[in-house]
Design a protein around this ligand. Structure first.
Ligand code: FAD
Ligand code: NAD
Length: 465
């Protein structure tokens, strides 16, 4: 067996692992990255990027159909159609450009990439079974676990055939006539809404009594209304029991204590993701775990010296930008810098229509922490830019300390609000007060003016509402 030695070995080339490897390489740390699938991980190949591509294509198609029905804007479109095979090719082209770019960046940073599955022998030795050629035994001073996560399967409906995980839903060979989505979380609603726009009859089955349970009900109410308006059927407080090709999905309603069946051509199961911790010798390290995920401290250190972990394998929030920030943080520590991973806020965006974005604390979270706070909303119905975009649903909400007006959190729901994540998170990280945002000149006409107006409103100085 071939052997090589390095200072840092990263297992997993997703946004956590590849960013760690690039940063370590830039800092002159001899670095090896083992990736068994494709560089870019879940995010670039089967997650964030392809899902947002499909969501955009579905939105563009829906817009064309909307205009064709009689456009208030005066646009004339006749009988729009969609060639889904071309849509998938277009999406795959974006994925290829980005994953190719990651490969180039790794090369530029001097990172040695091993294409193959890694197996941990001990905390300093890993065997990588290369896709081509004999296995390599890598000895390292630092081992970074960035193995990500995988979709949770329902025992009664294993993935395969008509039962899709998000991966199959991102590369359809045809638009199913009837799609049942299990789970009204991020994936279920982002992709469920996209499929509805692509023309499928979509039914969503959710175990608890509300959609998008990680967000507060005031934020998700406009999404709920949009779901209903779009013609998506929702079954809340219901659990799927199983499936058969003849009848469809068997569902049990806990609320009504009744069973029913939903006919379906395809079923998208999106009931969460679990950290990838099994099948590659991780157990042999006997690391401290926190439930299903690897436990880490504020430096991303595991319970074993010089074994680090980042990203989805370390649990919630399972978001690409968190994984990237942790990766950079670990690389700098391995290079001898003094870093901790203690962000003031990790923004989260749900790319439904309308979109939802949060950063920092909600009013309820601030109150639960015993903080006397003020909150204010500004509705997009009073924002000129939103009107020009035909998208006046939703609002921006700010939460600040009552005593010194320090901003604790921002939330928004509305068309295109994902782009407000940067302003929200920066203001929290920089310790901005309501006056800082309220008295900053925001360009007109932009959705950002709603951010300024929310801050002004919290100060009792709103101008446009
Ligand atoms: P991953 O991206 O999962 O990468 C882990 C890598 O490790 C994989 O490439 C895997 O092949 C490799 N690996 C695992 N074990 C081994 C081994 N033994 N040897 C070699 N290689 C190994 N997040 C957002 O922030 N925004 C979004 O819009 C968003 N949309 C999403 C949409 C979908 C449909 C899905 C499924 C996820 C989405 N996410 C989104 C979540 C995001 O993709 C993850 O949080 C992110 O990819 C986690 O990064 P990671 O580096 O921890 O792991
Ligand atoms: P999720 O945790 O967002 O939602 C899962 C939903 O399924 C929940 O509402 C849950 O109550 C429901 N559920 C669980 N078991 C069920 C059952 N048996 N029957 C019916 N409903 C059931 O999980 P997800 O949508 O699979 O996404 C996984 C993770 O991927 C997310 O938590 C997030 O971290 C990441 N992600 C992020 C984005 C984004 O940032 N925009 C997009 C997609 C995915």
């Amino acid at each position: 067996m071939k052997e090589l030695s390095t200072k840092l070995l990263v297992i997993g080339g997703g946004p956590g692992g590849y960013v760690a490897a690039i940063r370590a390489g830039q800092l002159g740390v001899p670095t090896v990255l083992a990736e068994g699938a494709s560089p870019g991980g879940t995010c670039l190949n089967i997650g964030c990027i392809p899902s947002k591509a499909l969501i955009h294509a579905a939105h563009a198609f829906e817009q064309a159909r909307h205009q064709a029905k009689g456009s208030p804007l005066g646009i004339r479109v006749a009988d729009p159609g969609i060639d889904i095979a071309q849509t998938v090719r277009w999406k795959d082209g974006i994925v290829q450009r980005l994953t190719g770019g990651v490969g180039a960046l790794l090369r530029k940073a001097g990172v040695q990439v091993l294409k193959g599955w890694a197996h941990i022998d001990d905390g300093k030795t890993v065997t990588v079974k290369l896709h081509e050629g004999e296995p390599v035994r890598v000895r390292c001073e630092h081992l970074l676990l960035a193995t990500g996560s995988e979709p949770v399967e329902l025992p009664s409906m294993p993935f395969g055939g008509a039962i899709w995980s998000s991966t199959q839903a991102l590369s359809p060979d045809a638009i199913p006539k009837r799609l049942v989505v299990v789970g009204a979380g991020y994936i279920g609603l982002e992709l469920g809404m996209a499929y509805r726009k692509l023309g499928a009859d979509v039914t969503v089955v959710e175990a608890i009594d509300r959609v998008l349970p990680t967000y507060d009900p005031e934020l998700t109410q406009p999404v709920l209304e949009a779901l209903k308006k779009s013609g998506i059927t929702l079954h809340l407080g219901c659990k799927v029991q199983g499936w058969d090709a003849k009848h469809g999905v068997h569902v049990r309603s806990d609320v009504k204590a009744e069973d029913f069946t939903l006919p379906a051509d395809r079923v998208l199961v999106a009931v969460g993701r679990r950290p990838r911790t099994a099948g590659f010798g991780l157990e042999s390290l006997q690391l401290d775990m926190a439930g299903r995920h690897v436990a880490i401290d504020a430096h991303c250190r595991t319970s074993m010296r010089n074994v680090w972990a980042i990203g989805d394998v370390t649990g919630e929030p399972m978001l690409a930008h968190r994984a990237m920030a942790q990766g950079e943080c670990v690389a700098e520590q391995v290079a001898g810098k003094n870093r901790r991973f203690e962000p003031m806020a990790i923004p989260a965006v749900c790319f439904t229509d309308p979109e939802v974005v949060v950063a920092g604390r909600t009013p309820a979270e601030a109150k639960a922490a015993g903080i006397d706070c003020i909150e204010a909303h500004f509705p997009f119905a009073a924002n000129g830019r939103a009107m020009t975009l035909e998208s006046t649903t939703g609002f921006v909400r700010v939460v600040a300390r009552k005593d010194n007006h320090l901003i604790l959190g921002w939330q928004a729901v509305g068309g295109g609000v994902s782009e407000l994540a940067a302003a929200f998170t920066q203001s929290i990280e920089m310790g901005a007060r309501l006056e800082d945002v309220g008295h900053t000149i925001h360009a007109h006409p932009t959705l950002g003016e709603a951010v300024q107006e929310a801050a002004l409103r919290a100060l009792g100085q709103a101008l446009h509402v």
